[in-house]
Design a protein around this ligand. Structure first.
Ligand code: ATP
Ligand code: CA
Ligand code: CA
Length: 424
Protein backbone atom coordinates (compact mmCIF):
# COMPACT_ATOMS: atom_id res chain seq x y z
CA UNK A 1 0.00 0.00 0.00
CA UNK A 2 1.12 3.48 -0.78
CA UNK A 3 1.63 6.11 1.86
CA UNK A 4 0.47 9.24 0.14
CA UNK A 5 -1.82 11.71 1.79
CA UNK A 6 -4.93 13.21 0.26
CA UNK A 7 -6.05 16.57 1.45
CA UNK A 8 -9.35 16.60 3.23
CA UNK A 9 -10.83 19.95 2.38
CA UNK A 10 -14.39 21.09 1.89
CA UNK A 11 -16.18 18.77 -0.49
CA UNK A 12 -14.11 15.73 0.51
CA UNK A 13 -16.27 12.80 1.55
CA UNK A 14 -14.72 12.83 5.03
CA UNK A 15 -14.82 16.58 5.48
CA UNK A 16 -17.67 16.50 8.00
CA UNK A 17 -15.95 13.81 10.03
CA UNK A 18 -12.75 15.82 10.08
CA UNK A 19 -14.56 19.03 10.93
CA UNK A 20 -16.30 17.34 13.84
CA UNK A 21 -13.12 15.70 15.13
CA UNK A 22 -11.18 18.93 15.05
CA UNK A 23 -13.95 21.05 16.52
CA UNK A 24 -14.37 18.58 19.37
CA UNK A 25 -10.63 18.52 20.04
CA UNK A 26 -10.40 22.29 19.95
CA UNK A 27 -13.21 22.84 22.40
CA UNK A 28 -12.55 19.93 24.74
CA UNK A 29 -8.78 20.31 24.94
CA UNK A 30 -8.82 24.04 25.46
CA UNK A 31 -11.48 23.67 28.12
CA UNK A 32 -9.41 21.20 30.13
CA UNK A 33 -6.21 23.09 29.51
CA UNK A 34 -7.75 26.32 30.87
CA UNK A 35 -8.35 24.82 34.29
CA UNK A 36 -5.89 24.95 37.14
CA UNK A 37 -3.68 21.92 37.20
CA UNK A 38 -4.43 19.37 39.90
CA UNK A 39 -3.12 15.88 40.70
CA UNK A 40 -4.65 12.94 38.83
CA UNK A 41 -7.09 10.72 40.71
CA UNK A 42 -8.26 7.20 39.92
CA UNK A 43 -11.56 8.56 38.61
CA UNK A 44 -9.71 10.57 36.00
CA UNK A 45 -8.77 7.40 34.13
CA UNK A 46 -12.42 6.48 33.72
CA UNK A 47 -13.74 9.98 33.11
CA UNK A 48 -15.54 10.91 29.92
CA UNK A 49 -16.81 14.34 29.13
CA UNK A 50 -19.72 14.71 26.75
CA UNK A 51 -20.28 17.60 24.42
CA UNK A 52 -23.22 18.19 22.19
CA UNK A 53 -22.60 20.48 19.25
CA UNK A 54 -25.19 22.15 17.11
CA UNK A 55 -25.62 25.15 14.90
CA UNK A 56 -26.94 27.34 17.68
CA UNK A 57 -24.41 26.65 20.39
CA UNK A 58 -24.96 27.09 24.10
CA UNK A 59 -23.04 28.13 27.18
CA UNK A 60 -20.95 24.96 27.11
CA UNK A 61 -20.24 24.56 23.43
CA UNK A 62 -19.84 27.18 20.75
CA UNK A 63 -21.95 26.87 17.64
CA UNK A 64 -20.70 24.45 15.01
CA UNK A 65 -21.49 23.89 11.35
CA UNK A 66 -22.97 20.45 11.98
CA UNK A 67 -24.89 18.66 14.69
CA UNK A 68 -22.77 16.05 16.41
CA UNK A 69 -21.81 14.56 19.74
CA UNK A 70 -18.27 14.44 21.02
CA UNK A 71 -16.74 12.52 23.90
CA UNK A 72 -13.43 13.34 25.48
CA UNK A 73 -11.95 10.43 27.40
CA UNK A 74 -9.74 10.88 30.45
CA UNK A 75 -8.97 14.53 29.59
CA UNK A 76 -6.91 15.15 32.72
CA UNK A 77 -4.75 12.13 32.14
CA UNK A 78 -4.01 13.03 28.54
CA UNK A 79 -3.33 16.60 29.57
CA UNK A 80 -0.74 15.38 32.04
CA UNK A 81 0.75 13.02 29.46
CA UNK A 82 1.08 15.84 26.94
CA UNK A 83 2.33 18.50 29.34
CA UNK A 84 4.54 16.57 31.71
CA UNK A 85 5.71 13.50 29.88
CA UNK A 86 5.56 14.23 26.18
CA UNK A 87 6.69 17.85 26.47
CA UNK A 88 4.10 19.27 24.13
CA UNK A 89 3.33 22.93 24.22
CA UNK A 90 -0.45 23.14 24.68
CA UNK A 91 -0.87 26.04 22.28
CA UNK A 92 1.26 24.30 19.65
CA UNK A 93 -0.76 21.14 19.95
CA UNK A 94 -4.06 22.87 19.32
CA UNK A 95 -2.61 25.04 16.63
CA UNK A 96 -1.12 22.13 14.72
CA UNK A 97 -4.41 20.33 14.70
CA UNK A 98 -7.01 23.05 14.52
CA UNK A 99 -5.62 26.39 13.36
CA UNK A 100 -6.95 25.53 9.95
CA UNK A 101 -9.38 22.71 9.32
CA UNK A 102 -7.23 20.67 7.01
CA UNK A 103 -5.86 17.21 7.47
CA UNK A 104 -4.16 14.92 5.07
CA UNK A 105 -5.82 11.55 4.75
CA UNK A 106 -3.63 8.53 4.43
CA UNK A 107 -6.60 6.25 3.96
CA UNK A 108 -6.31 2.91 5.57
CA UNK A 109 -2.81 1.48 5.15
CA UNK A 110 -3.26 -1.53 7.45
CA UNK A 111 -5.58 -4.50 7.27
CA UNK A 112 -7.64 -3.30 10.21
CA UNK A 113 -9.62 -0.69 8.28
CA UNK A 114 -8.44 2.11 10.57
CA UNK A 115 -8.10 5.47 8.88
CA UNK A 116 -5.05 7.66 9.35
CA UNK A 117 -4.88 11.43 9.11
CA UNK A 118 -1.87 13.71 9.41
CA UNK A 119 -2.10 17.14 10.95
CA UNK A 120 -1.21 19.89 8.49
CA UNK A 121 2.29 20.22 9.85
CA UNK A 122 2.78 16.44 9.78
CA UNK A 123 3.51 16.21 13.51
CA UNK A 124 0.41 14.37 14.64
CA UNK A 125 -1.50 11.38 13.43
CA UNK A 126 -5.18 10.80 14.05
CA UNK A 127 -6.03 7.10 13.83
CA UNK A 128 -9.58 5.83 13.96
CA UNK A 129 -9.79 2.73 16.11
CA UNK A 130 -12.37 0.04 16.75
CA UNK A 131 -14.63 0.07 19.76
CA UNK A 132 -12.68 -2.79 21.30
CA UNK A 133 -9.32 -1.09 20.83
CA UNK A 134 -10.77 2.01 22.40
CA UNK A 135 -12.15 0.07 25.37
CA UNK A 136 -8.85 -1.69 25.74
CA UNK A 137 -6.82 1.51 25.70
CA UNK A 138 -9.03 2.94 28.42
CA UNK A 139 -8.59 -0.18 30.47
CA UNK A 140 -4.78 0.01 30.36
CA UNK A 141 -4.53 3.79 30.54
CA UNK A 142 -3.37 3.79 34.13
CA UNK A 143 -0.66 1.23 33.42
CA UNK A 144 0.34 3.09 30.30
CA UNK A 145 0.59 6.34 32.25
CA UNK A 146 2.69 4.62 34.89
CA UNK A 147 4.95 3.09 32.25
CA UNK A 148 5.48 6.42 30.54
CA UNK A 149 6.18 8.08 33.88
CA UNK A 150 8.89 5.59 34.76
CA UNK A 151 10.21 5.34 31.19
CA UNK A 152 10.65 8.86 29.89
CA UNK A 153 12.34 7.48 26.77
CA UNK A 154 9.76 4.86 25.93
CA UNK A 155 9.46 3.89 22.27
CA UNK A 156 5.75 3.14 22.56
CA UNK A 157 3.30 5.28 20.61
CA UNK A 158 2.71 8.54 22.42
CA UNK A 159 -1.02 8.95 22.88
CA UNK A 160 -2.13 12.55 23.21
CA UNK A 161 -5.88 12.13 23.27
CA UNK A 162 -8.71 9.62 22.97
CA UNK A 163 -12.06 10.78 21.64
CA UNK A 164 -15.29 9.77 19.98
CA UNK A 165 -17.57 11.51 17.52
CA UNK A 166 -21.07 10.62 16.54
CA UNK A 167 -23.30 12.30 14.02
CA UNK A 168 -27.10 11.97 14.23
CA UNK A 169 -28.10 8.49 13.07
CA UNK A 170 -24.45 7.81 12.30
CA UNK A 171 -21.84 5.43 13.58
CA UNK A 172 -19.73 6.12 16.63
CA UNK A 173 -16.17 6.76 15.56
CA UNK A 174 -13.39 6.42 18.09
CA UNK A 175 -9.98 7.88 17.46
CA UNK A 176 -6.62 8.52 19.07
CA UNK A 177 -4.12 11.24 18.44
CA UNK A 178 -0.49 10.18 18.47
CA UNK A 179 2.99 11.16 17.43
CA UNK A 180 4.06 10.83 13.82
CA UNK A 181 7.38 9.03 14.12
CA UNK A 182 8.50 10.43 10.82
CA UNK A 183 9.74 14.00 10.65
CA UNK A 184 8.38 16.70 8.39
CA UNK A 185 11.81 17.84 7.30
CA UNK A 186 13.48 14.61 6.16
CA UNK A 187 12.71 12.18 3.36
CA UNK A 188 12.27 8.63 4.54
CA UNK A 189 13.96 6.42 1.96
CA UNK A 190 12.97 3.06 3.37
CA UNK A 191 10.20 2.11 5.79
CA UNK A 192 9.99 -1.17 7.69
CA UNK A 193 7.23 -2.53 9.88
CA UNK A 194 8.89 -5.34 11.86
CA UNK A 195 7.13 -7.90 14.04
CA UNK A 196 9.67 -10.64 14.39
CA UNK A 197 7.58 -13.07 12.42
CA UNK A 198 8.34 -14.47 9.00
CA UNK A 199 4.87 -15.64 8.03
CA UNK A 200 3.31 -13.38 5.44
CA UNK A 201 5.81 -10.69 6.36
CA UNK A 202 7.07 -9.72 2.94
CA UNK A 203 6.27 -6.83 0.64
CA UNK A 204 6.73 -7.96 -2.98
CA UNK A 205 10.17 -6.72 -4.03
CA UNK A 206 9.10 -6.09 -7.62
CA UNK A 207 6.40 -3.71 -6.41
CA UNK A 208 8.77 -2.10 -3.91
CA UNK A 209 11.11 -1.11 -6.72
CA UNK A 210 8.53 1.34 -8.08
CA UNK A 211 7.27 2.55 -4.77
CA UNK A 212 9.66 4.44 -2.48
CA UNK A 213 6.89 4.73 0.11
CA UNK A 214 6.27 1.00 0.40
CA UNK A 215 6.10 -0.30 3.95
CA UNK A 216 8.51 -3.22 3.90
CA UNK A 217 8.44 -6.10 6.34
CA UNK A 218 10.57 -8.59 8.22
CA UNK A 219 11.49 -10.73 5.23
CA UNK A 220 12.47 -7.72 3.12
CA UNK A 221 14.73 -6.59 5.95
CA UNK A 222 16.46 -9.95 6.15
CA UNK A 223 16.66 -10.50 2.39
CA UNK A 224 18.09 -7.05 1.81
CA UNK A 225 20.68 -7.74 4.49
CA UNK A 226 19.80 -4.67 6.55
CA UNK A 227 21.21 -4.04 10.02
CA UNK A 228 20.60 -1.23 12.47
CA UNK A 229 23.99 0.45 12.50
CA UNK A 230 24.41 1.57 16.07
CA UNK A 231 27.49 1.80 18.24
CA UNK A 232 27.67 -0.14 21.52
CA UNK A 233 26.18 2.61 23.65
CA UNK A 234 23.14 3.43 21.55
CA UNK A 235 22.61 -0.24 20.85
CA UNK A 236 22.56 -1.09 24.54
CA UNK A 237 20.21 1.76 25.40
CA UNK A 238 17.84 0.92 22.59
CA UNK A 239 17.80 -2.77 23.47
CA UNK A 240 17.07 -2.02 27.09
CA UNK A 241 14.24 0.36 26.29
CA UNK A 242 12.71 -2.07 23.81
CA UNK A 243 12.90 -4.79 26.39
CA UNK A 244 11.09 -2.68 28.98
CA UNK A 245 8.44 -1.65 26.49
CA UNK A 246 7.97 -5.26 25.48
CA UNK A 247 7.65 -6.32 29.14
CA UNK A 248 4.94 -3.74 29.57
CA UNK A 249 3.03 -4.95 26.52
CA UNK A 250 3.39 -8.51 27.71
CA UNK A 251 2.02 -7.59 31.12
CA UNK A 252 -1.10 -6.01 29.64
CA UNK A 253 -1.46 -8.92 27.15
CA UNK A 254 -0.91 -6.93 23.99
CA UNK A 255 0.35 -8.43 20.79
CA UNK A 256 0.56 -7.74 17.09
CA UNK A 257 2.53 -4.53 17.61
CA UNK A 258 5.53 -3.69 15.44
CA UNK A 259 8.70 -1.71 15.44
CA UNK A 260 8.29 0.89 12.73
CA UNK A 261 11.62 2.02 11.28
CA UNK A 262 12.06 4.85 8.81
CA UNK A 263 15.53 5.26 7.37
CA UNK A 264 16.78 8.60 6.14
CA UNK A 265 19.88 8.27 4.01
CA UNK A 266 21.89 11.46 4.50
CA UNK A 267 23.79 11.05 1.26
CA UNK A 268 20.56 11.09 -0.67
CA UNK A 269 19.21 13.89 1.50
CA UNK A 270 15.84 15.32 0.52
CA UNK A 271 16.39 15.50 -3.21
CA UNK A 272 13.69 12.95 -4.05
CA UNK A 273 11.19 15.04 -2.13
CA UNK A 274 9.30 11.99 -1.00
CA UNK A 275 7.27 14.11 1.38
CA UNK A 276 5.93 16.35 -1.35
CA UNK A 277 2.38 15.04 -1.24
CA UNK A 278 1.89 15.50 2.43
CA UNK A 279 3.99 18.60 2.83
CA UNK A 280 2.35 20.74 0.25
CA UNK A 281 1.64 24.30 1.20
CA UNK A 282 -2.09 24.64 1.23
CA UNK A 283 -3.82 27.65 -0.16
CA UNK A 284 -7.31 28.53 0.99
CA UNK A 285 -8.85 26.67 -1.94
CA UNK A 286 -6.90 23.63 -0.66
CA UNK A 287 -5.01 23.11 -3.91
CA UNK A 288 -1.60 21.73 -2.98
CA UNK A 289 1.32 23.78 -4.19
CA UNK A 290 4.81 22.40 -3.94
CA UNK A 291 7.09 24.41 -1.76
CA UNK A 292 10.31 25.36 -3.50
CA UNK A 293 13.43 24.12 -1.72
CA UNK A 294 14.74 27.69 -1.56
CA UNK A 295 11.76 28.67 0.56
CA UNK A 296 12.71 26.18 3.21
CA UNK A 297 13.82 27.99 6.31
CA UNK A 298 16.69 26.97 8.51
CA UNK A 299 16.29 25.22 11.83
CA UNK A 300 15.13 27.63 14.54
CA UNK A 301 14.13 30.31 12.10
CA UNK A 302 11.02 28.67 10.78
CA UNK A 303 9.86 27.92 14.25
CA UNK A 304 10.24 31.49 15.39
CA UNK A 305 8.57 32.75 12.28
CA UNK A 306 5.77 30.37 12.98
CA UNK A 307 5.23 31.59 16.50
CA UNK A 308 5.46 35.20 15.47
CA UNK A 309 2.96 34.74 12.69
CA UNK A 310 0.54 33.00 14.95
CA UNK A 311 0.50 35.97 17.21
CA UNK A 312 0.34 38.48 14.43
CA UNK A 313 -2.23 37.10 12.04
CA UNK A 314 -3.71 33.63 12.25
CA UNK A 315 -5.10 33.88 8.74
CA UNK A 316 -1.62 34.02 7.24
CA UNK A 317 -0.59 30.75 8.87
CA UNK A 318 -1.18 28.65 5.80
CA UNK A 319 1.17 30.56 3.59
CA UNK A 320 4.12 31.06 5.87
CA UNK A 321 4.17 29.02 8.90
CA UNK A 322 3.07 25.49 8.71
CA UNK A 323 6.18 23.45 8.15
CA UNK A 324 8.43 23.04 11.15
CA UNK A 325 11.87 22.51 9.67
CA UNK A 326 13.51 21.02 12.72
CA UNK A 327 12.73 17.77 14.47
CA UNK A 328 10.05 19.54 16.54
CA UNK A 329 10.76 20.99 19.95
CA UNK A 330 9.38 18.10 21.95
CA UNK A 331 11.71 15.54 20.39
CA UNK A 332 14.75 17.10 21.99
CA UNK A 333 13.66 15.61 25.29
CA UNK A 334 13.81 12.05 24.11
CA UNK A 335 16.94 9.99 23.93
CA UNK A 336 15.97 8.19 20.74
CA UNK A 337 14.60 11.23 18.92
CA UNK A 338 17.43 13.65 19.60
CA UNK A 339 19.37 13.57 16.35
CA UNK A 340 17.31 15.59 13.89
CA UNK A 341 14.23 14.11 15.51
CA UNK A 342 15.57 10.56 15.23
CA UNK A 343 18.53 8.36 16.07
CA UNK A 344 21.73 8.84 14.10
CA UNK A 345 23.50 5.69 12.96
CA UNK A 346 26.95 5.21 14.50
CA UNK A 347 29.84 2.80 14.07
CA UNK A 348 31.52 0.69 16.74
CA UNK A 349 33.61 3.71 17.86
CA UNK A 350 30.47 5.84 18.06
CA UNK A 351 31.43 7.89 15.02
CA UNK A 352 28.35 9.13 13.18
CA UNK A 353 27.33 7.35 9.96
CA UNK A 354 25.21 8.72 7.12
CA UNK A 355 21.79 7.52 8.21
CA UNK A 356 19.11 8.60 10.66
CA UNK A 357 16.60 6.13 12.03
CA UNK A 358 13.11 7.16 12.98
CA UNK A 359 11.67 4.36 15.04
CA UNK A 360 9.03 3.42 17.58
CA UNK A 361 6.65 0.68 18.64
CA UNK A 362 3.24 1.13 17.03
CA UNK A 363 -0.19 -0.51 16.96
CA UNK A 364 -0.23 -1.33 20.67
CA UNK A 365 -3.97 -1.61 21.31
CA UNK A 366 -4.64 -5.20 20.29
CA UNK A 367 -5.13 -7.46 23.30
CA UNK A 368 -4.84 -11.19 22.99
CA UNK A 369 -8.48 -12.14 23.15
CA UNK A 370 -10.73 -14.92 22.09
CA UNK A 371 -10.84 -14.02 18.44
CA UNK A 372 -7.05 -13.95 18.22
CA UNK A 373 -6.89 -17.33 19.91
CA UNK A 374 -9.29 -18.75 17.38
CA UNK A 375 -7.30 -17.25 14.53
CA UNK A 376 -4.20 -18.83 16.00
CA UNK A 377 -5.82 -22.24 16.28
CA UNK A 378 -6.89 -22.09 12.65
CA UNK A 379 -3.57 -20.89 11.35
CA UNK A 380 -1.52 -23.40 13.34
CA UNK A 381 -3.28 -26.22 11.55
CA UNK A 382 -1.75 -25.08 8.30
CA UNK A 383 1.45 -23.23 9.29
CA UNK A 384 4.33 -23.61 11.65
CA UNK A 385 2.91 -22.25 14.91
CA UNK A 386 5.95 -20.16 15.89
CA UNK A 387 6.36 -18.25 12.66
CA UNK A 388 2.77 -17.10 12.25
CA UNK A 389 2.25 -13.60 13.52
CA UNK A 390 -0.68 -14.37 15.81
CA UNK A 391 0.68 -16.06 18.92
CA UNK A 392 0.17 -15.39 22.62
CA UNK A 393 1.63 -12.15 24.05
CA UNK A 394 4.51 -13.86 25.88
CA UNK A 395 5.71 -15.77 22.83
CA UNK A 396 5.06 -12.70 20.71
CA UNK A 397 7.11 -10.39 22.95
CA UNK A 398 10.12 -12.66 23.17
CA UNK A 399 10.13 -13.40 19.48
CA UNK A 400 9.87 -9.65 18.84
CA UNK A 401 12.89 -8.86 21.01
CA UNK A 402 14.92 -11.79 19.67
CA UNK A 403 14.35 -10.61 16.14
CA UNK A 404 15.26 -7.02 16.98
CA UNK A 405 18.44 -8.19 18.68
CA UNK A 406 19.35 -9.98 15.51
CA UNK A 407 18.74 -6.88 13.36
CA UNK A 408 21.24 -4.82 15.34
CA UNK A 409 24.85 -5.03 14.40
CA UNK A 410 26.54 -7.23 16.99
CA UNK A 411 23.56 -6.87 19.32
CA UNK A 412 24.37 -8.27 22.74
CA UNK A 413 21.30 -9.10 24.83
CA UNK A 414 23.35 -9.11 28.03
CA UNK A 415 24.37 -5.47 28.14
CA UNK A 416 22.14 -3.65 30.63
CA UNK A 417 23.03 0.02 30.44
CA UNK A 418 22.29 2.54 33.17
CA UNK A 419 20.80 5.93 32.48
CA UNK A 420 17.36 5.38 30.99
CA UNK A 421 15.57 6.72 34.05
CA UNK A 422 17.34 10.06 33.91
CA UNK A 423 14.62 12.52 32.99
CA UNK A 424 15.65 14.70 30.07
P1 ATP B 1 -2.99 -3.67 11.07
O1 ATP B 1 -3.76 -3.95 12.33
O2 ATP B 1 -3.53 -4.35 9.86
O3 ATP B 1 -1.52 -3.86 11.21
P2 ATP B 1 -3.57 -0.85 11.55
O4 ATP B 1 -4.71 -0.21 10.84
O5 ATP B 1 -3.73 -1.13 13.02
O6 ATP B 1 -3.15 -2.11 10.73
P3 ATP B 1 -0.95 0.29 12.07
O7 ATP B 1 -0.25 -1.01 12.12
O8 ATP B 1 -1.12 1.06 13.35
O9 ATP B 1 -2.36 0.15 11.32
O10 ATP B 1 -0.21 1.26 11.04
C1 ATP B 1 -0.18 0.98 9.66
C2 ATP B 1 0.93 1.77 9.00
O11 ATP B 1 0.74 3.18 9.21
C3 ATP B 1 2.31 1.48 9.60
O12 ATP B 1 2.93 0.36 9.01
C4 ATP B 1 3.05 2.77 9.30
O13 ATP B 1 3.51 2.75 7.97
C5 ATP B 1 1.97 3.83 9.46
N1 ATP B 1 2.01 4.36 10.85
C6 ATP B 1 1.28 3.90 11.89
N2 ATP B 1 1.57 4.58 13.02
C7 ATP B 1 2.51 5.49 12.70
C8 ATP B 1 3.25 6.49 13.44
N3 ATP B 1 3.04 6.70 14.74
N4 ATP B 1 4.15 7.24 12.77
C9 ATP B 1 4.36 7.06 11.45
N5 ATP B 1 3.71 6.13 10.71
C10 ATP B 1 2.80 5.35 11.31
CA1 CA C 1 0.02 -3.12 12.54
CA1 CA D 1 -3.86 -2.96 14.33
Amino acid sequence: KVLVGNLVGEGHRNYVLMYNMLTGIRVAVSRCQAKIKRPITDEDYLARHKYSFDMLGNELTPSARYDFKFKDYAPWVFRELRDEHFHLDPADYLLSLTAKYILSELGSPGKSGSFFYYSRDYRFIIKTISHSEHAFLRSILKDYHEHVRSNPHTLLSRFYGLHRVKIPRGRKIHFVIMNNLFPPHRDIHETYDLKGSAFGREYPEDKAANNPRAVLKDKNWVNRGRTLELGPEKRALLTEQLRRDMEFLKRVHVMDYSLLIGIHNMERGNRDNLRANTLAVFHPNTEPVRRKPSAVKSHGEAHNVRKAVVRADPKRLDTVAQLPQDGSDDRRHFLFYQDEGGLRATDEQNNPLDAIYYLGVIDICTPYNTSKRIEHAWKSMTENAVTISCVDPVTYGHRFIDFLMSVMRGGDPNIRPPGLETPA
